[in-house]
Every structure is written in structure tokens, then in C-alpha cells.
Design a protein around this ligand. Structure first.
Ligand SMILES: Cc1cc2nc3c(=O)[nH]c(=O)nc-3n(C[C@H](O)[C@H](O)[C@H](O)COP(=O)(O)O)c2cc1C
Length: 307
């Protein structure tokens, strides 16, 4: 099975990707957080650094763009092809209101005829490189999925990653694994399952339900348990020493690149996100003033939870 590390803006930068591969590995492809395309297709300094080949040496990565303009997307793909990457992705999944309000990300799912026009114009001429798409299953309701899936199946995407939620459901609302069954039945090209895979048992349940699953994308599950992909391949759980090394290396990398305060803020975000509604962890993290205190907070809370 192919395992993708989900792109997570503000967290999964080159430092995290390289550190993860060095300490845990077992991930096939690391998604790059989206580039927000503009008229000039000029990338920001941060985006340029993130996509630079030296930032991703030894990793297989999938660059991603957020746009509703086919010309912008084609120009960006030419740039990505020049850098030597084999595939790139269009984001139809971002649910942030600042993005969807402008009809980008999953905002494009609100109007399927407009999305069809966008794809018609995009694929009218050959693209400079293969393009995949990451989507949600609808904007308002999962009932939109059959029509959206049929639309996606009509265009030559390299693969389709499906976060099995609607835009309205953001990251924690209802989840619809049955939408993935439909993707397989409708013949979407190489569907990748995404959404709430936290443990090897979750992946086994998915495989029991959809034995033809070829690939999964995991985000918060890998933040909570960086050894999850390794465990999916039959490898060991992360030891306490490995977890301490992981958090410390991330902190050191971010401190060198940014600043101690910012680095600590990032570590706290990384530790908080996957904990969902753990009030205890949030309280401990809020009080933590050093990387050591953050690590102790996470490990203590984890032990308390596991009883
Ligand atoms: C903080 C954060 C930032 C994210 N940034 C991106 C992004 O840049 N591009 C993208 O396609 N998805 C982004 N996502 C969505 C994740 O890639 C993934 O689809 C989502 O977290 C569901 O997968 P999971 O349940 O395995 O975490 C982001 C999610 C989070 C929590």
C-alpha cells in the first residue's frame, strides 16, 4: 500500500519531512502544503524554499496549488516540471472560509458546471506534467458526491485523493467512508483514501471494507504517532526515546530557521492538533515554557490516557 503524508500548512515543511524520513521513514510520498497562485504565478519566499529540490533531497514529494484559474495552474505546472518533480496536485479540499469565499480550494465544489468549465479549459491543451487532485466529497452534503465523482472521472487526473468529508464538515464533522466505495466503483483513477486514519486498526478496517484500496493519505494520525506508517508495514511502535528525538529535532530545526518563540509555538500546534479535544493536553501545553516541558506534557498525558 502507498502511504502519503498529508500536507499540513504551517507544519509539514521541509524540516518536518526530512526529520520524519530520517527517524521513522515508511512514507512513500510527502505532500507539500499548497501554493496560493496569483496572477504573476510568483511564489512567496517560503513557497520557493519549500519546493526547492535541495529542501526535498531524497524525498518523494507532491507539490500542490490552490487556484481557480486554468492558465495560472498550467504556468505553475511548467515551473514544477522544470524543477524535476514527476507529478503535482490541484487542491479542491481546503475548507477555510478565506479560501472558499474566493471560489478556490473546496469553494470550487459549490458550482459543478463552473468546475467542469475550469477542467475543460485546463485539459484543452496537453499539460506540462501529470496532475492529481485532492478533493472533498461535496460542499454542503455528501449527496453531492456521485455527481462530483462522475465529473472527476471524466478527466485525466493521475490520481484522486478523497478526504471523505464535505466542506461544511471541516476536519472534525461527520465522516463518510462509503464515499470511497463509490470512488472505486465509479473507476476514479487510483483513489487515495484520506480522513481520520489514526491507528493500524483503522487502516485494517478500511482494507476490510474496501480490499481494492491502493493508497492512503494520513495527516493528524502521523502527527500523533510518527511511527504509524512504519507500524502499517509491520514495524515497531515509537519508543519514548524516539519520540523525544523527533520532537527535539523538529524544535531545533525550526529554532534555527525561525526563532525560539515561533519554534515552540509550532511544536505546540503540532502536539495539539491531533489531540482533538484533550483539554488536559491543551492545559499542560499552554503552561509549557520549553521544549522539554512540552515533550513531558505530551508523554505524561499519553501515559495517563493509556492508563
Ligand atoms: C493544520 C492543517 C493544515 C492543512 N493544510 C493542508 C494543505 O496545505 N493542503 C491540503 O491538501 N490539505 C491540508 N490539510 C488537510 C490535510 O492534508 C488532511 O486532508 C486532513 O487533515 C484530513 O486527514 P487526517 O484526518 O489524516 O488528518 C491541512 C490540515 C490541517 C489540520
Amino acid at each position: 500500500m502507498i502511504v502519503y503524508f498529508a500536507p499540513m500548512e504551517g507544519l509539514t515543511d521541509g524540516i518536518l519531512r526530512r526529520t520524519h524520513q530520517r527517524l521513522f521513514g515508511s512514507v512513500d510520498v510527502y505532500g507539500l502544503p499548497f501554493h496560493k497562485l496569483t496572477q504573476s504565478v510568483g511564489l512567496t519566499t517560503r513557497e520557493k524554499r519549500d519546493i526547492a529540490p535541495e529542501e526535498n533531497r531524497g524525498l518523494r514529494v507532491l507539490p500542490q496549488a490552490l487556484t481557480r484559474d486554468p492558465g495560472q495552474l498550467a504556468a505553475w505546472l511548467a515551473l514544477v516540471a522544470e524543477l524535476g518533480y514527476p507529478c503535482a496536485e490541484l487542491n479542491l479540499g481546503c475548507p477555510s472560509p478565506t479560501v472558499t469565499r474566493r471560489g478556490r480550494g473546496s469553494g470550487l465544489l459549490r458550482d459543478l458546471p463552473a468546475l467542469r468549465c475550469f477542467f475543460d479549459r485546463l485539459f484543452a491543451d496537453p499539460l506540462p506534467m501529470p496532475l492529481s487532485v485532492k478533493t472533498r466529497i461535496g460542499y454542503e452534503s455528501p449527496e453531492e458526491w456521485p455527481e462530483l465523482a462522475a465529473l472527476l472521472a471524466a478527466y485525466p487526473f493521475a490520481h484522486v485523493t478523497i478526504h471523505v468529508r464535505t466542506t461544511r464538515e471541516q476536519y472534525t464533522g461527520g465522516i463518510h467512508p462509503e464515499a470511497f466505495d463509490l470512488a472505486l466503483r465509479r473507476g476514479l483513477p487510483h483513489p487515495v483514501y484520506n480522513g481520520d486514519l489514526r491507528t493500524p486498526e483503522d487502516v485494517q478496517a478500511l482494507l476490510a471494507r474496501c480490499p481494492r484500496t491502493e493508497a492512503v493519505m494520513i495527516g493528524r494520525g502521523l502527527l500523533a504517532d510518527p511511527a504509524l506508517a512504519r507500524r502499517l508495514r509491520g514495524g515497531p511502535e515509537a519508543s519514548e526515546a524516539e519520540l523525544r528525538a523527533w520532537y527535539t529535532a523538529l524544535y531545533e530545526g525550526w529554532r534555527e530557521r525561525f526563532h525560539a518563540t515561533l519554534a515552540l509555538g509550532r511544536i505546540k500546534k503540532l502536539m495539539e492538533w491531533p489531540a482533538g479535544d484533550s483539554i488536559r493536553r491543551k492545559r499542560l501545553l499552554r503552561r509549557a515554557e520549553s521544549i522539554e516541558q512540552c515533550i513531558d506534557a505530551v508523554l505524561d498525558e499519553q501515559q495517563a490516557r493509556e492508563g
